[in-house]
Design a protein around this ligand. Structure first.
Ligand code: FAD
Length: 394
């Protein structure tokens, strides 16, 4: 019987893991199934562009993986039983069950409310395609002079607020940040960010905690009211509750705790990658939710699984950051160089050159998904009997 590898989620992490596994393992001994709810690959790192009115290229997962050896199964995962090694799904024709020998959990993340009242009811988010499209419709409904507030001073908030301000210069656009604007960046990047916000006419509410969101705006922790017809919440991401409901060891936030081979610390036949995993970074601090670490974590997990199944040496974990690259609308961007553990260096690339870098990164990320078996050399090895593999790869 073939070794059944089931990958849950075809985002940046899951799709890369499945493609890489298909390159590493010979199909005579292994069977790779990729399960995803959406029939298309969703370019999450462009959701602010989708919300601001731009259209994205559709990429059908079935087409992308045709002929690669990866079987795409369009289904919504509802539960994982890590003891019975089964996944409950709902497909077009009803509920079903998928059994696995090795599981790669890559269900990603969604918008988090940070426990703030009113976020779920009154705020928009750009964590996924449907929510980005809802925001797009609400922005289109706003007449000139309408007010938009983006909450969250991180990379997603900055990308969202600048994209909206550039696309709709007729609106009054503002950002609420818990800290100072871009205060984690180096001086050069921070200075450029402030100039860009001035140029785009974005009002910034710095050092502002939001206590609640209402239909007409937000109330801050110190009792002020910031009016907004449209509020966009980018202050945090949360993982799907599926892992939390299993016997897998998860963090307080519900991410699956993995070792530095992306393997669950509680269940050796389960791997977690991307946003769904709590994985140690370069200096031991957890990797942040990002493609920058999600994609390499997927490659590593696939290589480790292949090594363990074929009795080869486990590859080392070399995941580290090099840059934070973020757009400021379509005509401006910042590339902040960082250390492997994500600390900013003094140097940064700004303006047109950073725009080119940013586009290159987004295109390369999508290209690696749409060409799953082209990125690195194909070495399809045969799985060896479990006892033999264990002896060699231990
Ligand atoms: C607007 C925005 C901009 C960003 N910009 C950057 C950036 O510039 N650089 C960067 O590094 N990161 C960026 N990020 C973060 C990055 O998008 C995420 O870290 C990345 O998408 C995580 O990849 P993933 O594969 O773990 O999860 P996802 O990309 O979320 O993929 C998860 C997949 O699982 C599927 N899925 C979820 N639940 C189920 C279920 N129950 N059943 C079946 N399928 C399911 C989803 O449909 C999806 O295909 C940005 C995020 C946003 C929202």
């Amino acid at each position: 019987m073939k070794h059944r590898i089931v990958v849950l989620g075809a985002g940046y992490a899951g799709a890369n893991a499945a493609g890489r596994l298909a390159k590493r393992l010979h199909p005579t001994g292994t069977e790779i199934t990729l399960v995803n709810a959406d029939p298309e690959f969703v370019e999450r790192i462009r959701m602010h562009q989708l919300a601001a009115g731009q259209d994205l290229l559709p990429r059908s997962l079935t087409d992308v993986f045709a002929g690669t050896g990866v079987h795409v199964r369009l289904a919504r995962v509802t539960a994982v039983d890590a003891e019975r090694k089964t996944v409950d799904v709902v497909e077009a024709d009803g509920p079903g069950e998928i059994a696995y020998d090795t599981l790669v959990y890559a269900l990603g993340s969604t918008a988090g409310t940070c426990g703030v009242p009113g976020v779920a009811e009154h705020a928009h988010d750009i964590a996924g395609k449907q929510s980005a499209l809802r925001l797009r419709a609400s922005l289109a409904d706003l007449a000139g002079g309408g007010t938009v507030l983006v909450v969250g001073g991180g990379l997603t908030g900055i990308e969202a607020v600048t994209e909206i301000a550039e696309a709709r210069p007729d609106l009054e656009v503002s950002l609420a940040a818990r800290g100072g604007l871009g205060d984690w960046l180096g001086d050069k990047a921070q200075g450029h960010l402030r100039k860009a916000f001035d140029r785009l006419g974005i009002t910034v509410h710095e050092h502002t905690d939001i206590a609640s969101v209402e239909q007409t705006g937000v109330v801050t922790a110190d009792g002020r009211t910031i009016p907004a017809q449209v509020t966009v919440w980018t202050a945090g991401f949360a993982v799907h509750p599926i892992a939390m409901a299993t016997t897998l060891q998860v963090s307080a936030t519900g991410q699956i705790v993995v070792d530095d081979t992306m393997r669950s610390v509680s269940h050796p036949d389960v791997y977690a990658v991307g946003d769904a995993a709590l994985a140690p970074g370069a200096s031991g601090t957890p990797l942040r939710m990002s493609c920058a670490s999600g994609v390499p974590s997927a490659h590593l997990a696939a290589d480790v699984i292949a090594a363990r199944l074929t009795g080869r040496q486990i590859p080392p974990n070399k995941i580290g950051y090099t840059a934070q690259c973020f757009s400021l609308g379509r005509r401006d961007a910042i590339l902040q160089w960082v250390t492997p553990d994500d600390e900013p260096k003094p140097s940064a690339v700004i303006g047109k050159m950073a725009v080119r870098f940013k586009e290159l990164i987004c295109k390369a990320a999508a290209w690696s998904i749409s060409h799953p078996t082209l990125m690195s050399p194909v070495r399809r090895r045969h799985a060896v009997p479990a006892e033999e593999a264990l002896t060699i790869a231990a």
